[in-house]
Design a protein around this ligand. Sequence first.
Ligand code: NAD
Length: 294
Amino acid sequence: METKTAKLLDGKAYSLKIYEQLTIAIAVLQSIVGRPPGLAVLMVGDNPASAAYVRNKERACKSVGIASFNRHFPAETSFTELEEVIHSLNSDERVDGILVQLPLPAHLDSVALLHLIAPDKDVDGLHPLNLGRLMRGEPGLRSCTPAGVMRLLQEYSIPLEGKQAVVLGRSILVGKPMSMMLLEANATVTMAHSRTQNLPDITRNADILIAAVGIPELITAEMVKKGAVVVDVGINRINSENGKSRLIGDVNFDQVATVADFLTPVPGGIGPMTVAMLLENTVNSYQSTVNSEQ
Ligand code: NAD
């Protein structure tokens, strides 16, 4: 009979530790700066999943002492209106971080909007300048989800140097920056995607396997090397038999737990780490304004 062996990489628990550290750092910095750090999340339209994510971020900000300057716009808002809002937030000294909640309604060019955010307030790390800095290995604001994966691996002292890392997914939000961060940590990185052939042959080579695809339970036990570290970034909402919906990842948790040494849960893995990195990026950008004033 199969038994569970994998140790849980508990992103929820670790994110709470990060919140505690940020709360202390903010209290100290605030006495110097005279204001709290500020984050502005812009949401356009009424996508229920986005609304839940924004509420979650606002709650997290409140719990550590970050002021929220969130704005919610109707779905038909024009590019020009949002452009003006971003420009005014760029020059608002109370705001250290600006995030545009994706996805945006189809008539809005999200890439063009992300270009408008001042790079030192780009707490999602998606501005070309910050992506370029990542590519060059220079300091800069890093994309929250892959940064959250790296921090969780670090927390559990997972060795990366010289290891075979396989990243599934090549999006600019997760897969590409994830691969660069693993490369920076001296892993040997393979990127797989929708056109990759013989996927199980590739995934079975992975010491570290990161799934960021968006296909429920794509990764089964046969695709995983014994003793691997498996990180499930995927968030998929599926309908349960009882008529309610629930979240599952890209990894078949029960199966993979029988072969992997370490595994992240969904929910409670990379989701909370992503929010923790958003708060940390905001505080880092707040701290750099303090440093530049001294
Ligand atoms: P995306 O749709 O932009 O990209 C999906 C990627 O998967 C693409 O690069 C595609 O080539 C690849 N892919 C598709 N089918 C594949 C297959 N059969 N085999 C291998 N690769 C395949 O999605 P994204 O924005 O990168 O997000 C990926 C998943 O991560 C989604 O489930 C999303 O909800 C989740 N996500 C979670 C967090 C978090 O905080 N935990 C943050 C961002 C995204």
